[in-house]
Ligand binder design. Structure first.
Ligand code: SF4
Ligand code: SF4
Length: 198
């Protein structure tokens, strides 16, 4: 493990945490995230860069031994399930770090996408990406035009929201771009989905 790189990464996390807190605060009228809500950790692929995964593993090694074993067992069974699946590439799974109480067992060490979940985002393709939980009646659900996958301005007015819903450039590509949030002191390394790091 490259501890110098992890030190720079931690500084980067401090910066983005402050930025993301500001974004969540700005959009709080539309956001329902709260402790115990973990739909976003129950079905996904969780892409993490090499440095993120190293940082996650720092959290993993702090867990009690029995909790570590549970995580490894979950990883093993996810891999077995994926082997049996017809669509291996698109295979979705519950994050192995989500514990029985629906809490992230390595919360302080979680990855970048875990920190941006819940906001509206826009990527380099300029397409709006909506948190999937809007379809469960959660974040931004009152103002999304589902058919056209866009914000419905009439609904924003109808429900008297004080601020406009806003999409931020915070997809993983942007967040790991050294010209934007990161500096050039470290490299993120390759990006893989979570279970492929094990
Ligand atoms: S992003 Fe959605 S599913 Fe995840 S914690 Fe927030 S409200 Fe819940
Ligand atoms: S690492 Fe934690 S926050 Fe991220 S998907 Fe897994 S359980 Fe959720």
């Amino acid at each position: 493990m490259d501890f110098d790189r992890l030190r720079y990464f931690k500084q980067y996390l401090n910066t983005i945490n402050g930025v993301l807190e500001g974004y969540f605060e700005e959009q709080k009228e539309y956001v329902c995230c709260k402790k115990g809500c973990a739909h976003c950790c129950e079905r996904g692929q969780y892409p993490f860069s090499e440095v993120e995964f190293d940082y996650i593993m720092l959290g993993f090694f702090k867990l009690p031994k029995e909790e570590q074993l549970k995580v490894l067992e979950r990883v093993k069974s996810i891999k077995e399930e994926r082997e049996k699946a017809d669509d291996k590439k698109g295979f979705m799974y519950r994050c192995p770090f989500l514990n029985e109480n629906k809490e992230c067992s390595i919360y302080d060490f979680r990855g970048i996408i875990c920190r941006t979940f819940g906001l509206l985002t826009v990527g380099t393709d300029e397409k709006l990406k909506v948190p999937f939980c809007q379809s469960l009646g959660l974040n931004f659900s009152k103002v999304i035009d589902r058919e056209h996958k866009k914000i419905d301005e009439d609904l924003v007015k109808k429900y008297n929201y004080k601020v406009q819903p806003k999409a931020y450039c915070i997809d993983l590509k942007m967040m790991t771009n050294p010209e934007i949030f990161a500096d050039k002191s470290f490299e993120f390394g390759v990006i893989k989905q979570l279970i492929d790091w094990f």
